[in-house]
Structures are given as C-alpha cells and as structure tokens.
Write a protein that binds this ligand. Structure first.
Ligand SMILES: Cc1ncc(COP(=O)(O)OP(=O)(O)O)c(N)n1
Ligand SMILES: Cc1ncsc1CCOP(=O)(O)O
Ligand SMILES: [Mg+2]
Length: 193
C-alpha cells in the first residue's frame, strides 16, 4: 500500500497521467510480497507499454522479468549487478557526485539516478542536496541518460531538464497527491514544454 492506495492503483493512475516508467521500490515488505507486487506491476506495465524497474533487488528483477533494476552506492556493486542482469536489461545506478557518476558509467550503467537534487522527504538517508550543478557537470562530459531525483515537483521539473537531465523520478509529488493521474500529467507537461 502507498498512502492508503494499492501499489497497482498508484502505478496505473501515474501511467494514465503520463509516467513512462515505474520503479518498484518498497523497503518495508518481505521478498515474497515484493515478488507479488512485482508480478502485478509486470502485467500492468506490459499491457500499458511502460518500463518496469526494480529497486535494490536484482533477484526480484530477474524473477518477475522486469525491464531492469536500479542499484545505489550501498547496494549490489554495479559490476556484479550488470553481470547478473546480463547485457539486455536496463541497469540504473545512483550517483551523488561526479566520481560516483564516472564509476557508474564505467561499470555499464544505462542511466544514472542523480540526486538528491533538492531536499527530499522521500528518502530519510538521502544526504544533502547536490543541486542542479551536478546534473550540468555530468551532462557536459557524458551522454549517459540522467534521471534526476529528490524533491522534484511540477514547479521545479523544468529547470532540472534545462540543466541537462533526460528525465525525472519522483515519489512524493505523485504518491502523496490527491489526484495521482493529474499530478503525473502536470509533471509530464513540465518536462515536455
Ligand atoms: C532513479 C533512481 N535514482 C536514485 C535512486 C536511489 O537509489 P539508492 O541510492 O539505492 O536509494 P534507495 O532508493 O534504494 O533508497 C533510485 N531508487 N532511483
Ligand atoms: C529514492 C531517492 N534517492 C535520492 S532522493 C530519493 C527520494 C525521492 O523522493 P521525492 O521525490 O519524494 O523527493
Ligand atoms: Mg538502493
């Protein structure tokens, strides 16, 4: 459940609003439950033609035939994650500094999750905001797609893209919204105009 709604309902509404990828990120459930959520999300995302990425758990990503997995600096080392996922699944890696970005690219990241860009309520141990300059710095040097994350809203999403991000990832701005579909739509519009 997310803010009183099922994971499937939130994902479905977000896709209605324009989300092009869903990340299964649930820190508080058993692996068994994660697999159940993942299977349901796999069916939904296949039907709707959007990507499904599993956070942290490479085994779950493989088990549910997700499109890929996302690992951070405290998760499965990127090289091993790539080895386990194989060449055809998407590997996303978190980067909170230029050094981390370079290492992630060398390890075979298909995209970088860069952040937290702004202060966030979505991750307790996210650390200090890195700001837009990190996005610009990485974009200036590398062509790897950059997914900005952390405190992103429909109000600031435009400047994040302007700074060089390819896309955005959000939790609070969608999950806590009264109207999930409308919130996703406003975010999608903010990054396409
Ligand atoms: C797109 C995207 N970017 C960054 C993260 C953060 O991953 P991580 O640093 O491993 O933190 P947790 O999400 O696992 O708490 C992400 N999940 N997605
Ligand atoms: C998972 C994660 N990684 C860096 S910030 C963050 C949380 C993003 O949540 P929100 O969109 O609510 O700021
Ligand atoms: Mg992680």
């Amino acid at each position: 459940m997310v803010a009183g709604r099922s994971v499937l309902e939130v994902a479905s509404d977000a896709i209605d609003g324009g989300a092009t990828a869903i990340q299964l990120r649930d820190k508080n459930v058993s692996t068994r439950t994660l697999v159940e959520e993942g299977r349901a999300l796999r069916e939904l995302t296949r039907k709707r033609g959007v990507l499904l990425i599993v956070n942290d758990h490479i085994d779950v990503a493989l088990a549910i035939e997700a499109d890929g997995a996302h690992v951070g600096q405290d998760d499965m080392p990127a090289e091993l994650a790539r080895k386990l996922l194989g060449p055809n699944r998407i590997l996303g890696i978190s980067a909170g500094s230029l050094d981390e970005a370079v290492a992630a690219i060398m390890a075979g990241a298909d995209y970088l999750g860069v952040g937290p860009i702004y202060a966030t309520r979505g991750k307790a141990d996210a650390g200090e905001p890195v700001g837009l300059s990190l996005i610009s710095e990485i974009a200036r040097r590398y062509t790897t797609p950059l997914v900005a994350i952390g405190g992103i809203t429909a109000e600031n999403a435009g400047e994040v893209i302007q700074a060089g991000a390819t896309g955005i990832a959000v939790i609070t701005a969608v999950v806590n919204a009264e109207d999930v579909s409308l919130a996703a739509h406003q975010l999608a519009r903010a990054i396409t105009v």
